[in-house]
Design a protein around this ligand. Structure first.
Ligand code: ZN
Length: 349
């Protein structure tokens, strides 16, 4: 059995529509009344948006219901689905902890409350019956003030048992006027020994070469091979991996056709830049990781050889995978051990 790693999945976008609709039925009369039947909710929740900003607004719908009390409910279902339907052995789950704290608190109280959120997510992620190695990435946010983003970096550094890295999210066209701030925050994160990724070069408006030196991986980054291929040798040299999330670009209107990703994969392979294929928002898209793989294959974007290279790259670039090898190598080791024991038994008869 192949086991996979997903390096880019948002907690907010990880709730599949049926789970969310059932939750609304039970706990949110307004939403239950607006969507009495499931198909209309699924249509609303998963439909294509015109822009990245419009698409990101949907996250606020889920963020509003992912509170201290309900997070364990949603995370349990997320892990169950990831284990049963996606064969995940490893998952990095990302979110902005500030946006899960109670809204009625003031800013400094909300900053304080973030610790509790990280602990709740960390504890809820350890489900004995569905063993997946899960680590958190804390996202700074383009719409949050500097003090909050700085506190997010510091929290990540304090909670290394649960957190493996930091990220910046919230729409890559919004970093522009605060670029120096984010460079400072990334420098600070690196000085604390934190690992880094960042939503960057996702859309043509989100291309900031100034941020690249501070990132170990690039969230999306598809505009680099598409529009700025001259940067690829520099990425290869720095061993920076792109986190490519195919379905997202169709849902946000960034690409019209999955086949446009062929240029992304071909140019990265030629330049020696690794790609990890990820889901971004598996729930919101209603597309799980094995289907992302299959779609790329059936639409001739990549071949099996390239797919396996990307699957291996995901484990190599995982921030908290504790082994040198991907799980397939470990399983092969186990199988070989078994067969040699059997052989030994046969010999001893
Ligand atoms: Zn993302």
């Amino acid at each position: 059995m192949a086991l996979y790693a997903d390096l880019h999945r948002h907690l907010g976008g990880s709730v599949v529509p049926r789970i969310l609709w059932r939750y609304f039925k039970r706990h949110n009369p307004d939403m239950a009344q607006r969507f009495p039947e499931y198909p209309t909710f699924e249509e609303f929740y998963t439909r294509k948006r015109n822009t990245l900003d419009e698409y990101l607004e949907l996250h606020t719908l889920v963020e509003s219901v992912q509170t201290e009390q309900t997070l364990p409910y949603f995370i349990y279902r997320l892990i169950r689905g990831a284990y049963i339907f996606e064969n995940l052995a490893y998952l990095e789950l990302r979110y902005t902890p500030y946006l899960r704290t109670p809204e009625h608190l003031n800013q400094s109280q909300r900053i304080e409350a973030m610790t509790n959120i990280v602990q709740i997510v960390g504890k809820a992620s350890q489900v004995k019956e569905y063993p997946i190695i899960i680590s958190q990435i804390l996202c700074m946010h383009s719409r949050l003030p500097y003090e909050v983003n700085k506190a997010i970096v510091e929290l990540a550094a304090q909670m290394r048992d649960y957190v493996c890295a930091i990220d910046v999210a919230g729409g890559d066209s919004h970093y522009g006027e605060r670029l120096d701030e984010f460079i400072d925050l990334y420098k600070y994160a690196r000085s604390l020994g934190l690992k880094t990724t960042g939503h960057l070069y996702e859309t043509p408006e989100g291309c900031y070469p100034e941020l690249l030196p501070y990132l170990m991986r690039i969230g999306h980054g598809i505009q680099i091979p598409l529009k700025h291929p001259e940067l690829l040798p520099q990425l290869a040299e720095a061993n920076q991996c792109l986190e490519v999330c195919p379905t997202t670009y169709l849902k946000t209107g960034t690409l019209e056709d999955l086949y446009q990703l062929k240029t992304v994969f071909d140019r990265c392979f030629d330049a020696g830049v690794d790609i990890a294929i990820c889901t971004d928002n598996a729930g919101l898209h209603n597309v799980r990781l094995p289907f992302e793989f299959e779609n790329l294959l059936t639409q001739d974007v990549i071949d099996f050889h390239q797919l396996q290279a990307c699957q291996d790259a995901a484990f190599r670039h995982a921030f908290a995978w504790p082994y040198k090898e991907p799980p397939a190598s470990l399983l092969i080791g186990l199988l070989n051990d078994d067969s040699s024991e059997e052989e030994q038994e046969l010999l001893s008869v």
